[in-house]
Design a protein around this ligand. Structure first.
Ligand code: PEP
Ligand code: MN
Length: 341
């Protein structure tokens, strides 16, 4: 017994009664009130619930049905929620017909460069500004990001352009300050299985974009989403950014088959990051188009006004004119699959 579907006429009293019953069995309830149906997700070791106990819940007042989910992730599963989750941030929806594009530098470098990149990507039709203030660098000697100063520049750029912002958190101790500034919290590939961090962002009310781990299966990735959701934050966006394979021609292997696979398994929106997926500027546009054709709900793309001088990931950053052309070329691709960009 993992999901309890409530009748439309279920009262608050009915719901309280069911929750109490679950809690007396050491289980927790995760209430999700949809427009059409209300559902209780049962959290905990549900395998110990006997058939008799399940029947008793099925017979309780206000209960329409009780469903068992065999998958290890529950709140993230399609069984839990049939319709796609749509997450709206400052009026922009992720998971709807229109495909948002998040664009900006790998790292926030200074106010002027960020400001000019923000203006340029906005003019080309981007709908979010990306940029790391806390950077997960392979080398401890490489530029680590500007920290809170970088968050301030992001917020200033948002004020000027109206673009909502997305930025990465690496440490639970930084969540509070990052949440003060950002519209979406990004969990980077290297932290996909940092479970304490996942639980902490799960307690935040900010939408979270969870990038796929460098060598993670789709199942592991969905379990990580489940960690966040188990704390009550259901606003999770998944981001495919390439996985490590034996291939060295590209930085990673962008697993675009993950997009239709995830569409079957989960109701969560799926964004694709072709920049980290391929690692080379010339390969970003074709993979961005392929991602849209495959059904991606959004794109995140690195753009820099002067990639040669970029403090990180210059080789995969598009120049503003290349980004502008890509945005134009994406339109017919989106239209061909019934979407808009
Ligand atoms: C990023 O998007 O800035 C980033 C570091 O990507 P990833 O975590 O996918 O490597
Ligand atoms: Mn980067």
């Amino acid at each position: 017994m993992d999901i309890i579907v409530l009748r439309q006429d279920a009262t608050d009293e009915d719901i309280r009664h069911i929750i109490k019953k679950l809690e007396s069995r050491g289980l927790q309830a995760n209430l999700s009130k949809g427009t059409e149906i209300t559902i209780i997700g049962v959290i905990g070791d549900t395998s110990k619930v006997t058939e008799e106990e399940e029947d008793a819940i099925r017979a309780a007042s206000g209960v329409e049905n009780v469903v068992r989910i065999v998958k290890p992730y529950k709140l993230a599963s399609r069984e839990f929620r049939k319709e796609n989750t749509e997450i709206t941030v400052r009026g922009i929806t992720i998971g709807g017909k229109k495909i948002p594009v998040m664009a900006g530098p790998c790292a926030v470098e200074n106010r002027t460069v960020l400001g000019s990149i923000a203006e340029k990507v906005k003019a080309s039709g981007a709908t979010f500004l990306r940029g790391g203030a806390f950077k997960p660098r392979t080398s401890p000697y490489a530029f680590q990001g500007l920290g809170e100063e970088g968050l301030r520049y992001l917020a200033e750029a948002r004020d000027k352009t109206g673009l909502p912002i997305i930025t990465e958190v690496m440490d639970p101790r930084d969540i509070e300050v990052i949440a003060e500034y950002t519209d979406i919290i990004q969990i980077g590939a290297r932290n996909m299985q940092n479970f304490r961090l996942l639980l902490e962002v799960g307690s935040s009310r900010k939408p979270v974009m969870l990038k796929r781990g460098l060598a993670s299966t789709i199942k592991e990735w969905l379990m990580s989403a489940e960690y966040i959701m188990s704390r009550g934050n259901h606003n999770v966006i998944l981001c495919e950014r390439g996985i490590r394979t034996f291939e060295t021609a590209t930085r990673n292997t962008l697993d675009l088959s993950a997009v239709p696979v995830l569409k079957q398994l989960t109701h969560l929106p799926v964004v694709v990051d072709p920049s980290h997926g391929v690692g080379k500027r010339d390969l970003v546009a074709p993979m961005a188009k392929a991602a849209v054709a495959a059904g991606a709900d959004g794109l995140i793309i690195e753009v820099h006004t002067n990639p040669e001088e970029a403090m990180s990931d210059g080789e995969q950053s598009l120049k503003p004119d290349q980004f502008e052309r890509l945005m134009r070329e994406l339109k017919p691709v989106a239209a061909a699959v019934g979407r808009e960009i």
